[in-house]
Design a protein around this ligand. Structure first.
Ligand code: NAD
Ligand code: DAU
Length: 356
C-alpha cells in the first residue's frame, strides 16, 4: 500500500482516483481538509476498501508514526501543501508551517519507519516529493526552459517554502540515505481544481457574468499541463525513477495568461452562450500580483529520455474537457463556493482596482 498526503486536494484527488483505476494497491490518504481539501472529489471511492481516508496534519508526528506502523506503506507520495501564491502573499505563516515544518515532520517519520525495515523492503521504499517549477524563479522571454540543473531562485513565500521542502528532501537522501525522488511540475489544470486558481476562477466568474480579473498586462507566461498527465508522470517516476534524482514535468505548452482567458471565453461562447454577449467582454485588467514571476517554462526532456513519459493531452483537448467538467458539475462548484471562499475573494480582489 502507499501513503498519499494531500489526496483530497486538486492533484492529490486526481492521483488517488487514477491510481485506483489503474491498480488495486490500496491508498492511505492523509489530508487535513483545509479549505482546499474536498472529500466530494473522492465521492466515487465511497465504500471502496482500497481507499482509507484519514483526516490529519502532516505536522502531527504521533499520527504519522501510527499510520506508518499500522499500514506499513511501501511508498509515500507527498502532495500536501499550501499551494496558492496569492494566499502566501496575504498570509505566509501557513506556508512555513505546512510546506516546511510539515514536510520536515513527514520526512522524519518516514525516516524512522524506513530505517527499521528489513533489507529488501528498505531498498524498495520510496519517498516521492511533489514540487513545483516555481522554485526556479522567473524566466525572461527567450531564456532556455528550466532544466533540473537550473539554480533555485524562488520569489514568493509559496515558492520559497516549496524550495525549502525540496532542499530538506534532498538532504534527507544525502545525509540519511532515505530513498527519495522529487518532481517539479508546471501549472496543472483540470477537474476538481479549486476556483481560486486562474482557469477554474475564470470559468466560474464568466458563467456568473462577473469580471474576469487579469493581473497586470496578462502577458505572464505559464506552461500548462492537464492534471492526469501529471498523475501519470508521478506514477512513472515512483515506479522507475532513479533514487535521489529530480525530474521536471511540463506540458510543452507555454501560453500567456490573457490567451488562456480568451480561450476559456471562446469555449463558453460555444458551449454555454450568454444572451448578454460574448464572455470576453468581462475581461478586466486589475492590479498585478506583487513580485509576479513573468515566465515559467519546463524542459521535460529528462523524464522523456529516462522514463518515456510525455503528456498525452493537448491544450485544446484538455481545456475543452476542463470547461465541460465545470459545466457538468455545478454541485461540486456550488459546494466549494462557501462563505470562506467568498471571504477569500473579498481579501484578494477588493483592493485590486480596475487597472485600465
Ligand atoms: P491543493 O491546494 O489543491 O491541495 C492541497 C491539499 O493538501 C488539500 O487537500 C489540503 O487539505 C491538504 N493539506 C494542506 N495542508 C495540510 C496539512 N498540514 N496536512 C495534511 N494535509 C494538508 O494543491 P494542489 O494544487 O493539488 O497541489 C498539490 C501539490 O502539488 C502541492 O505540493 C503543490 O505545491 C504541488 N504542485 C501544484 C501545481 C498546480 O498547478 N496546482 C503544480 C506543481 C506542483
Ligand atoms: O507553476 C506551478 C504552480 O502553478 C503551482 O506550484 C501552484 O501550486 C499553482 O497554484 C500555480 O501557481 P500560479 O501562481 O501560476 O497559479 P494561479 O492559477 O494562481 O495563477 C496563474 C497565472 O494567472 C499567474 O500568472 C497569475 C494569473 N492570475 C491568477 C489569478 C488567480 C490572474 O491573472 N488573475 C487571477 O485572478
Amino acid at each position: 500500500m502507499i501513503l498519499v498526503t494531500g489526496g483530497a486536494g486538486f492533484i492529490g484527488a486526481n492521483f488517488v482516483l487514477d491510481w485506483l483505476a489503474a491498480c488495486d494497491e490500496p491508498v492511505v490518504n492523509l489530508d487535513a481538509l483545509t479549505y482546499a481539501g474536498n472529500l466530494e472529489s473522492l465521492a466515487a471511492l465511497e465504500g471502496d476498501a482500497r481507499h482509507i481516508f484519514v483526516r490529519g496534519d502532516i505536522a502531527d508526528r504521533a499520527l504519522l508514526d501510527a499510520l506508518f506502523a499500522t499500514h506499513a506503506p511501501r511508498a509515500v507520495v507527498h502532495f500536501a501543501a499550501e499551494s496558492h501564491v496569492d494566499r502566501s502573499i496575504h498570509g505566509p505563516g501557513a506556508f512555513i508551517k505546512t510546506n516546511i515544518e510539515g514536510s520536515y515532520t513527514l520526512l522524519e517519520a518516514a525516516r524512522s519507519y524506513w530505517a527499521a525495515l528489513p533489507a529488501q523492503a528498505k531498498a524498495g521504499f520510496r519517498f516521492h516529493h511533489v514540487s513545483t517549477d516555481e522554485v526556479y524563479g522567473s524566466l525572461a522571454a527567450g531564456d532556455a526552459a528550466f532544466t533540473e540543473e537550473h539554480a533555485y531562485e524562488p520569489n514568493s513565500p509559496y515558492s520559497a517554502s516549496k524550495a525549502a521542502s525540496d532542499h530538506l528532501v534532498r538532504a534527507w537522501h544525502h545525509t540519511y540515505g532515505l530513498p527519495v525522488v522529487t518532481t517539479n511540475c508546471s501549472n496543472n489544470y483540470g477537474p476538481y481544481q479549486f476556483p481560486e486558481k486562474l482557469i477554474p476562477l475564470m470559468i466560474v466568474n464568466a458563467l456568473a457574468g462577473k469580471p474576469l480579473p487579469v493581473y497586470g498586462d496578462g502577458m505572464q507566461v505559464r506552461d500548462w499541463l492537464y492534471v492526469t498527465d501529471h498523475c501519470a508522470a508521478i506514477r512513472e517516476v515512483l515506479a522507475r525513477g532513479r533514487v535521489g534524482e529530480t525530474y521536471n514535468i511540463g506540458g510543452w505548452n507555454e501560453k500567456p495568461n490573457i490567451e488562456i482567458v480568451r480561450t476559456v471565453c471562446a469555449l463558453l461562447d460555444e458551449l454555454r452562450p450568454d444572451p448578454a454577449g460574448r464572455h470576453d467582454r468581462l475581461i478586466t485588467h486589475v492590479t498585478d500580483r506583487p513580485g509576479h514571476d513573468r515566465r515559467y517554462a519546463i524542459d521535460a526532456r529528462k523524464i522523456e529520455r529516462e522514463l518515456g513519459w510525455r503528456p498525452t493531452e493537448t491544450f485544446d483537448s484538455g481545456i475543452r474537457k476542463t470547461v465541460q467538467w465545470v459545466l457538468a458539475n455545478p454541485r461540486w462548484i456550488a459546494n466549494v463556493q462557501s462563505g470562506a471562499y467568498r471571504d477569500w475573494l473579498a481579501t484578494n480582489y477588493a483592493d485590486r482596482a480596475n487597472s485600465r
